[in-house]
Design a binder for this molecule. Sequence first.
Ligand SMILES: *Cc1c(COP(=O)(O)O)cnc(C)c1O
Length: 406
Amino acid sequence: MYETYFTQAISSLHTEGRYRTFIDIARHQGRFPSATWHKPDGSEAEVTVWCSNDYLGMGQHTAVTSAMAKALDLVGAGSGGTRNIAGTTIYHRELEEELAGLHHKEAALVFSSAYMANDATLSTLHKLIDGLVILSDELNHASMIEGIRRNGGAKEIFRHNDVADLESKLKELPLEAPKLIAFESLYSMDGDFAPMQEIVKLASQYNAMTYLDEVHAVGMYGPSGGGVAEQLDLCGKIDIINGTLAKAYGVQGGYIACNAQIADAVRSYAPGYIFTTSISPVIAAGATASVKHLKEDEWLRRKHLDNANKVKEQLLALNLPIVDHGSHIIPIHIGDPVKCKRISDMLLEEYGIYVQPINYPTVPRGTERLRLTPSPLHGTQQLTDLTSALDKLWAHCAINRLEATG
Ligand SMILES: *Cc1c(COP(=O)(O)O)cnc(C)c1O
């Protein structure tokens, strides 16, 4: 009797062309960004991954893997408990200290993921601050949206990166009303940056707290990898910074960094912090090693941006419709879900290049795209292979190019 609920839900996804299939890949230690694709028919092929969020290849860096091996040897696999009951270790404490330092804050709290950190923290702020209104950028990540919605607290959505719209919404609220501006430093689907200076200025002018998701910037921007806020010397103006240990840091887990009081209150009131097993000490050890390493490795950060710039130059030389906001993320506009999926399939099957299509609801309809994330480890040959494959497919599928200039 219940079957039809599920089959109908799935068939509507098929009809809309947005049923998701997962590509099964095995990465190989020491051979980033290569991987083996395990095809549905049981056969295999070597592919180059161009869409990983392990932006710097830290998931295979020996500084990280050796710290994890050592921890595994010393304390075993899991943490054995929640943070409150037998699951707090020296590894968790070290990681939280390291992260607090990274963001020039007094404290940090580690969660099982940045999704969880956003969801748990934002929903708890509604409980901690009576009458809180959260002003949220319309393109904020699903995890922030879930957290903001959770307890039915008041919210206002402002237009993406639109400081005038944000100000008009702030103006409508009484100056003494508690407010929080929630936004991201670097939006992952377009690769554009928030107008952070203007936002923090508005926050102090209108007496609002600030909550910043730096998930796509930590490890990669700022002199020690502290993100865009560190790069702009604005850490002191952001009340709560959220980051992940799973993207540039290449491991797993998420966190917030903030002052000691906020951390203590969230720690005490957030169900998502308390009622779940703490991350494995092995993971914590790897994450700490990664954060420490990237505090120093300016070279890797520079090489990363150099490589991203090279990819952009070559794609622009072919008039491919990339969107360049100066970040390491390179969206290529296609604007049609079927073509987007088809190009991605052909890249994988015919050229051994893996770029996941990004379709609705991850991005608005009509803005379907491929999203490239070059790493410092993609070599010259891999880059040439990518650009020549895209050039051929653009011609083959008759997709628009940029108007030729000059
Ligand atoms: C990926 C992502 C998250 C979640 O991070 P995880 O650690 O993978 O859970 C949060 N915010 C943004 C903007 C993201 O892209």
